[in-house]
Write a protein that binds this ligand. Structure first.
Ligand SMILES: Cc1cc2nc3c(=O)[nH]c(=O)nc-3n(C[C@H](O)[C@H](O)[C@H](O)COP(=O)(O)O)c2cc1C
Ligand code: SF4
Length: 432
């Protein structure tokens, strides 16, 4: 079964109807596509209020309310403004934005055009990672088609309003998904994060107000405007309205992309959507939120996927990546992999992240080699907390999430490898 077949059973935000492959402009319009844009051109104020009332939160990871950001943009007096769509999708295990770009490009383009109009930005960029050549080609072709149909570019639908959209290709850096590093990259500088505040909404591209939103966030907008905030809120929970695209991978039967209403528990995601565990092995751990997310044991899986509840329990929904591990997987190998990833992607600008990651990987390697001590573990925890609190940008602040959560829930696995653990001392018989 393909991902598209699985996901199209749902009639939620991402309604794929009966189409296979990519939804053409004609097909998209036949199912009500671009009606939301017409509504926005007639009454932009009402459209902004609808987005605010829907309670849409950013799907790029930080979950900031999209309507609030839009309103902040509207109150800025600068006339030169920009919109940037974040299609960098660098979080390992995440493939939702690629799916939207490859299969429903016009839902994204309509949402992007609406957001640009409401933000007063006649110039927009879509920053697509270079590892997605098919998505770049699809978006390039879709932009041309939308322009030819008068839905993008100059004088949209004869309204006098223009939105000029350009594609910017990333160059393979995870850090460039961070919004301020992305701005530097578009400006032709090194993709390094900038100090915040000022936030991009105040001073973004070339110092001008810039609205930055993720692909999935923008693709929600046409549906909210077409169907209304009340309909949208009916899909999720009071705290987290709507649905979330979940990239499910690992040791489950049916790996793939699922549209899941907020409020669904992580156990339901694995069992009902993923079809449960692959083969006969039992569930050991789940990584939620990608490399910058947490590693939790099965007991935590009855937590509903809801921003408030998850935050209170230390679970990061992040980009919506859920990676399932069965009893054969080593937590230490998994964490080593993630820390190595961050070490490779860290720009090295600030000490807590640059040195914290180096020290962390040294200790993990010692643990894996059976040479670490219990003191090493407490140092590992200390360095990681320091990195979390003192790093300059979100990369360093989140890089230790999987490490700290694994130390919390799977400490025994670390301790079993330490030379001075009680068990190892007993086994060697060198207790005094
Ligand atoms: C290291 C790092 C990488 C990020 N990568 C992405 C990414 O690939 N895609 C994305 O949409 N947001 C990413 N973000 C979050 C963005 O900085 C920003 O919050 C987001 O694009 C805002 O859009 P939203 O409000 O619609 O979520 C990343 C953040 C950090 C700290
Ligand atoms: S936290 Fe890491 S990636 Fe971010 S600025 Fe510091 S060194 Fe660079």
């Amino acid at each position: 079964m393909t991902t598209l077949q699985k996901i199209k059973d749902f009639d939620k935000v991402f309604n794929f109807g009966s189409y296979d492959g990519s939804v053409s402009l004609e097909e998209y319009r036949m199912t009500g596509g671009y009606e939301a844009l017409r509504k926005v051109l007639q009454d932009p104020q009402a459209a902004t209020e609808e987005i605010c009332a829907a309670g849409l939160r950013g799907r790029g990871g930080a979950a900031f309310p999209a309507g609030t950001k839009l309103k902040m943009m509207q109150t800025n007096v600068e006339t030169e403004r920009y919109l940037v769509c974040n299609a960098d999708e660098g979080e390992p295990g995440t493939f939702k934005d690629r799916f939207i770009m490859n299969h429903i490009p016009f839902q994204l383009l309509e949402g992007l055009t609406i957001a640009a109009i409401l933000a007063g930005s006649s110039n927009a960029y879509i920053y697509i990672r270079h590892e997605y050549p098919a998505a770049q080609a699809m978006i390039r072709q879709s932009i041309a088609e939308a322009q030819a149909a008068g839905l993008l570019g100059e004088n949209i639908l004869g309204s006098g309003v223009s939105v000029n959209l350009k594609i910017f290709s990333g160059a393979g850096s995870y850090l460039c998904g961070e919004e301020t590093a992305m701005l530097s990259s578009i400006e032709g500088k090194k993709g390094r994060p900038r100090v915040k505040p000022p936030f991009p909404i105040e001073s973004g591209l070339w110092g001008k107000p810039t609205l930055i939103n993720n692909v999935e966030t923008l693709a929600n907008i046409p549906v909210i405007i077409a169907k209304g905030a009340d309909w949208y809120k009916g899909l999720g929970t009071k705290d987290s309205p709507g649905t979330k695209l979940i990239s499910l991978s690992g040791d489950v039967r049916n790996r793939g992309l699922y549209e899941v209403p907020f409020g669904t528990t992580f156990r339901e995601i694995i069992e009902n959507y993923g079809g449960g565990m692959k083969e006969v092995y039992t569930l050991k751990a789940v990584n939620i939120g990608g490399a910058s997310g947490v590693v939790v044991p099965p007991e935590e899986l009855d937590c509903p996927m809801e921003y408030g509840v998850c935050a209170a329990r230390g679970i990061t929904i992040g980009s919506g990546a859920v990676y399932v591990m069965d009893e054969r997987r080593s937590i230490l190998d998994n964490v080593q992999n993630r820390v190595n990833f961050f070490l490779h992607e860290s720009c090295g600008k600030c000490t807590p992240c640059r040195e914290g990651l180096r020290q962390a990987i040294r200790i993990i390697e010692r643990v894996l080699a059976g040479q670490a001590t219990l003191k090493d573990l407490s140092n590992l925890e200390r360095y990681t907390k320091c990195m979390q609190e003192a790093s300059f940008c979100g990369l360093g602040q989140a890089a230790g999430n999987s490490l700290l959560s694994s130390l919390k829930y799977f400490r025994k696995e670390y301790e079993e490898s330490c030379v001075d653990s009680a068990q190892n001392i007993r086994e060697r018989g060198d207790m005094c």
